[in-house]
Write a protein that binds this ligand. Sequence first.
Ligand SMILES: [Zn+2]
Length: 366
Amino acid sequence: MKLDRYGYYLFLGYGDYHRPDKAGPDWTSAWNLKEWERRLDRLQKLGTNILYVFMMGKELPFPSQAFPEIVEKGHTNVENEFFQQVLDSANKRGIEVIAVFATTGHAGELVKHRPHLEIKPRPEGSEASTAHLRAFPKAEAERAIHHRAGTAQVGSGILCHHQKEAQKYPLTVITECLTRYKGFSGVVLHPPEFVSACFCKDCQAMYKKATGNDLMQASDDEARRFFMDSNLEFQKNVLEPKVDELLPGGKSFMFTIPWMFEGHFEEFERWIDKDTIIVDWDYDVAEERMAELQGRLKRYGKYGHEVWFMPSSGFAYGPDYTEQEAAVRKQVSLAEETGVNGVVYFMGPVWTRHLEPSSYFLHGAG
Ligand SMILES: [Zn+2]
């Protein structure tokens, strides 16, 4: 084992997943403190020393004062708040806890209450109105279209960060969480997983100012590049100073959005602080995809950032589990070879059946 940090990523609530018809006992939204402690014991036995916890989502899994209309009703931590004890309990087991915030994405419930904050896609009938899905990985595009209970959603509930009121949403939730719960060792800022860029009047004006050109005439890829670039500028100038103020000295992480970062990373890099750890996020274990992994990790490390890797620990698997569990272990050993310092397996809103089989800690490299 060369990895310095090894752990998992769990959601406190449903996150960006559609609420399943029947949430079984493995869904985190159903866990009480005792259940969290039982699961932390298992993670500790696997050598876990870091845990990401997603504190946002379509709904909020804590009793938010600022956004009571989108609090996850029936969530155990809403009914009888205990998350501070989970934090304490993890820290006592030698597991650092990192809060994950999805900034201006995944705000599915908020936009039901405040539709004016949602992005305005290109008007129907204009030249490229449907072309925006083509450049996306096939699975992502399909997930964006088919909303099923218990599955993730991509491109839904995206706020336009050029609206001041939209900026206040992540700023306020981050403030509430970091004030309410003590003991986080750091923060992950997760840029929005958008499908379409925004074409509202403000975005058009900002694009004109930045490039001299007309946003409505830009290609889909160029419009998305601008949307992500200006979103990262907002993240750096507005959200990061707030995190620094509330969690001084905390570790700083950022997830990549594969279909945006792989096309434009060198340009976006100027908005990412050197002490921010870039977490390459990829669940695809197809051979041709895995062949690109080491090159990509090296590319992200070229500017001096520490780079970590986040594979799936099983939630998104197809039917051939054994093969895929081995593939995930291979993915992790490839990442380790490139010198990443940390690997954090994605679990999401539901505990995986593949915890032990996919564990690098139990099986070692390859
Ligand atoms: Zn806009």
